[in-house]
Structure formats: C-alpha cells, structure tokens
Design a protein around this ligand. Structure first.
Ligand code: HAM
Length: 425
C-alpha cells in the first residue's frame, strides 16, 4: 500500500456512517425546532483570527494548530473549532445589522494537533450553535436545553451536565490576583509553561494536564467566590431557568474551559461511558468576542459537541440506530433473456423512489438470492423465463419468505404500498 491515513484521522466507513447520518439528522431537526439556521464557513482562516479569538495563551493556539504559510506567504490555519470563524462571518457579512438575536448552527470538521486516543482525534467533527445579540440567561439555558434534548433524542442516557460561571472583565481581575497569590506560593513546583501562563493569563494554568502541576490545585481559590453582582445574578437566573425547564445540573467550579473567550456561563456535558475524554459537549457565553474580533459590542453564547464522542457513546450504550442504508428491492434475473427486462425494471423502480439494486457479477440464481439476503433487501424481485412470458415478476418478502406474482405494470404500485405499510407497522 502506498500510504495510510495520517495519525489522528479516521475513515468513516459505510458500516458506521449510518450512525453519523442518524446523529446529523437529529441535530438538524432539533436545531430547526429551536429556530436555528445553518451557516457554513471555510475550513481554513487567517491564523490571527484564532490567536485573537481563541487566545494565544491557550493550549489550542500554543500547541495544537495546523498552521502553514500558503503560496502567497499568508499564515493560514485549519480551524481548530467553529466559534471564531462564525464570529468572523457574523461581522464580515454584516449579520450584526439584522434584528437580533441571530441563531446559527454548524456541522464541521476541525483540526487539533493533540495526542490521539479514544475520543481524541486530530481531525474531528463538531455540531455547534452560536447565538448573538442577547445577554439574557434564558438564552444560556435555551442552548443547554437544546444540547440536552439532542443527546436524549439520540438515545443517550446517564450524561451529566456541569455548569459554572467564570465571571467577566469586571470581576476576573480580582480572581486572577487571588489565583496568582495562591500560585505564587507554589511556583517552583509548576512546569515552565504554567510559569509563563501565571504571568500572562493565570486562569490557563488550571488547564495544565501535567500531574505534578495538577497536584498543586487542590485548594485553589474558586472563581464563584469572586463574581461581581452582575455575574452572580446572571448565574443564579441561569440556574432558575434550568429549574423551570426541569434540567438537572451540578455546579462545578473546576469547569474553566480551554478557550479564552468565555465570560459568565461555562458548561460541559460529560459521559462516563467513553473513557478519559468524556466531554461530549462544551460551551458558554462570550460577551467580549465579537468586539475583540473587530465587530460591535455584542454578546454571544454557544456550544459545540464532538460527534466522534457521541458515536462512541452510542456504541458503548448500544443505542438502537435505524439503518437507512439497506435496499428495498434486489432484482434477480434468471437466464440471459431476462437480463434487459430486469435492468429496465430496476430503473423504473428507482425513478419511482424505490431503492433497488441488482447483480453485476453473473451470479447464479441461488447466489443472487443469498446476496439479496446479505445486503438486507426487504424484497427480492425474481424474473425467470416463465415470468417473462407472462410479463410478471415474483416478489419475495425476504423476512417471511412469502411470494406473490405481480404484473410488470403493477410493480411500482404494489411495492410502494407494501413499503408504506411496513413503514407504518
Ligand atoms: P471545545 O470544548 O474545545 O469547545 O470542543 C467542544 C467539543 O468538541 C468537546 O466537548 C469534544 O466533545 C469535542 N472535541 C474537542 N477536541 C476534540 C478532539 N481532539 N477530538 C475529538 N473531539 C474533540 C469548542 O470548540 C468551542 N468552540 C465550543 C463553543 C461554541 N463555545 C461557544 N460556542
């Protein structure tokens, strides 16, 4: 073989793709029910968008971006997430001038140079939503409700929602100085990167995955104790809205998120069934990001869920997923003289919206029927010399083995009715 797929990427084969299609169908349906419109942005952006948007002291920007110079000498980065791109598109296309709020969703691939493991890929996929133009915590609750609804509609169970508030630019400085005081006592035990972050952006120290750094965080001050009145009230109103919606949650002050743009609400939804990378969804509010990216001072809130991790959870929990990749009819021709008639019947059924396939390898009748069974065809349509003389086909229900003889002219009607009945049943 010439080469293999790069480390951290994955081919999604037909045997798994039906799970992805099912998840994508659910997310699109729920997004539309909640009034969200789809947006598609480019796979790559100017590097500075993520440096400014995601933050240049984050792991993502410091270690994980796929950045290269294009042939025109520009620094380009494959998107490591969707929010910064959607914010850029929101500003650039003047969606800021529309009546607000603007509610958008996307399904994208994203790229991070991380150490691959179960649920952590270098190319991965996200479903995400972003809402611009409203500060009201009922919107934070709405997107959380939407994420919870999606995961429950997919059929996942036992997920935990964790929420926190990480303050705003009024109260964050107080917290940062308390955090710095705490870290200062332990600076000699922190890694070099933490020492740099301690200076530039102490909150990011808490993202460090190094066990010896983590061991220092046991009694770290929590931001909830430093919130200003506005953030405190926003957080308590968020909780009462979640209560109204009947959504269970846990306040977890350790949720600080790995991206710099968050203000106030931060949340994650976690599964215990998929190993160490258990966060299936993460998001929060980012009231300063639109302005930071050169737009007006407009608030925003959103989340993204990792589709690989949802697929893992679906498999781990044996969630039943409807397969839509089986043919309705497999057409079997017996003898060369029936070949063209069967070929044209296949075309006619397809033209009438009935999924249909046939043999292309010159298999024997028995082998064709065996193959029809293997591809889970609902019906085998069999034409031999006798049927050809009578302008009929034998229709065999592959599940029950029952057969009926149907004139060519009635095949579409008989099959359509039978398939509709099956769908209802
Ligand atoms: P994030 O927490 O970095 O947030 O990613 C969101 C989700 O994407 C994670 O919870 C996880 O399920 C999935 N994910 C992240 N990295 C990987 C990876 N390497 N392999 C597989 N799955 C992964 C964001 O990306 C924010 N843009 C979310 C957001 C939108 N906040 C506001 N709006």
């Amino acid at each position: 073989m010439l080469t293999t797929a790069p480390r951290g990427t994955k081919d999604i084969l037909p045997d798994e793709v039906y799970i992805w299609q099912y998840i994508e169908k659910v997310v699109r349906e729920v997004a539309s029910i909640y009034g969200y419109k789809e947006i598609r942005t480019p796979t790559f952006e100017h590097t500075e968008l993520f440096q400014r948007g995601v933050g240049d002291t984050t792991d993502i920007v410091q270690k994980e971006m796929y950045t290269f110079e294009d042939k025109g000498g520009r620094s380009i980065t494959l998107r490591p997430e969707g929010t910064a791109s959607v914010v850029r598109a929101f500003i650039q296309n003047k969606l800021t001038d529309n009546p607000q709020p603007t509610k958008l969703y996307y399904i994208i691939s994203a790229f991070r140079y991380e150490r691959p493991q179960a649920g952590r890929m270098r190319e991965f996929h996200q479903f995400g939503v972003e809402v611009f133009g409203a500060e009201d915590p009922s919107l934070d609750a709405e997107i959380i409700d939407m994420a919870v609804s999606i995961l429950s509609k997919i059929g996942l169970k036992g997920l935990k929602l964790k929420i926190n508030s990480i303050g705003c630019n009024r109260c964050r400085p107080d917290y940062n100085s308390a955090l710095k005081d705490y870290l200062e006592q332990r600076l000699d035990k922190l890694c070099d990167n933490c020492k740099k972050r301690y200076e530039k952006n102490p909150l990011r120290v808490l993202d460090c995955k190094n066990p010896s750094c983590r061991a220092q965080f046991a009694y770290v001050p929590v931001i909830l104790d430093y919130l200003c009145d506005d953030c405190k009230s926003h957080f308590s109103r968020l909780q009462s809205k979640l209560d109204v919606l009947g959504i269970e949650y846990q306040v977890d002050p350790s949720i600080v998120r790995g991206l710099d743009y968050y203000t106030k609400t931060a949340f994650e939804i976690v599964s215990e069934d998929i190993g160490a990378q258990g966060a299936v969804c993460g998001g929060g509010r980012y009231d300063g990001l639109v302005k930071e990216c050169g737009g007006p001072d407009m608030p925003g809130v959103g989340f993204a869920m990792g589709l690989e991790r949802i697929v893992l959870a679906v498999k781990a929990q044996n969630v039943p997923v409807p397969r839509n990749d089986c043919v309705d009819v497999f057409a079997v021709s017996i003898g060369d003289e029936t070949e063209d008639v069967v070929y044209s019947i296949v075309k006619k059924l397809r033209d009438n919206g009935i999924s249909c396939d046939k043999d292309y390898l010159g298999r024997s009748t028995r082998a064709q029927l065996k193959y029809a069974d293997k591809v889970h065809a609902k019906y085998a349509l069999i034409v031999g010399g006798d049927e050809l003389n009578r302008n009929t086909a034998l229709l065999r229900d592959m599940a029950t083995g029952e057969q009926q003889e149907v004139p060519f002219s009635e095949l579409v009607e008989v099959l359509s009715n039978a398939l509709k009945k099956e769908e209802r049943g």
